[in-house]
Design a protein around this ligand. Sequence first.
Ligand SMILES: Nc1ncnc2c1ncn2[C@@H]1O[C@H](COP(=O)(O)OP(=O)(O)O)[C@@H](O)[C@H]1O
Ligand SMILES: [Mg+2]
Length: 250
Amino acid sequence: MSIEVNNINKSFEGKKSDKLSVLEDINLHVDDGELVCLLGPSGCGKTTLLRLIAGLDQPTSGEIIENGEFVKKPSGDRAVIFQQYSLFPWLTVLQNVTFGLEMTNKDNKSENIAAAERYLTSVGLIDFKDSYPHELSGGMKQRVAIIRSLLNHSPILLMDEPFSALDMQNRHKLQEQLIGVWKRFENTIVFVTHDVDEAVYLADKIVIMDKNPGRIAEIIEVDIERPRKRESHDFINLQESIVDKLDMEE
Ligand SMILES: Nc1ncnc2c1ncn2[C@@H]1O[C@H](COP(=O)(O)OP(=O)(O)O)[C@@H](O)[C@H]1O
Ligand SMILES: [Mg+2]
């Protein structure tokens, strides 16, 4: 499914009725099956833009089109994954992870459990599959919630800094798993991050944003082959050139 963001402006009512212009002139095309990262400093409007694409909020002007239809409200096509997650306290880890699958793929119970167990193993949580959320640390709960969202296979994933609170090792594992899910299910993904390394690892296309007001500064097509190696020249060069650009803009 493709997403078209056309001439979006968004302002909020500020104090004393001043208008705070948060996004100006945003134009962006996300192709079917593309993985696009929105990259920019805190406060540049990344979350605001993601909420507009999700249909959770309306632009002040401009339009967002998904597969030829105007986005007016949230839809089941689009899974929104925020920084904070919640698990169902009365379900075990395994039940939490397979929760969505039980509705969308209910005739394949053993397949669902096998997939869930594979994911839990890869992030070191398989021994906790029968535990309840209150028995887990914050970071463990977060990994469980991310796995649940990856297993849900919505055609569009809108992800807002989902891995930012994890340690590096788990962040890298979940990035790899996200790529695995995306390759297999050909989701269209808009992934928000302020981490250059994460954007270079994940993206087909990196949208660099400026702040005050939030605008698109540059769009970079990333044609480094996958699986990407962080130590490769192409990876390091692109990362450095983006870091330089972000420094210039701050
Ligand atoms: N509901 C709101 N009302 C007023 N101002 C808001 C609202 N949401 C976001 N903002 C402002 O919009 C700007 C961009 O915020 P945000 O989209 O959260 O940026 P980012 O996700 O890039 O850090 C910030 O200055 C923030 O204070
Ligand atoms: Mg944000």
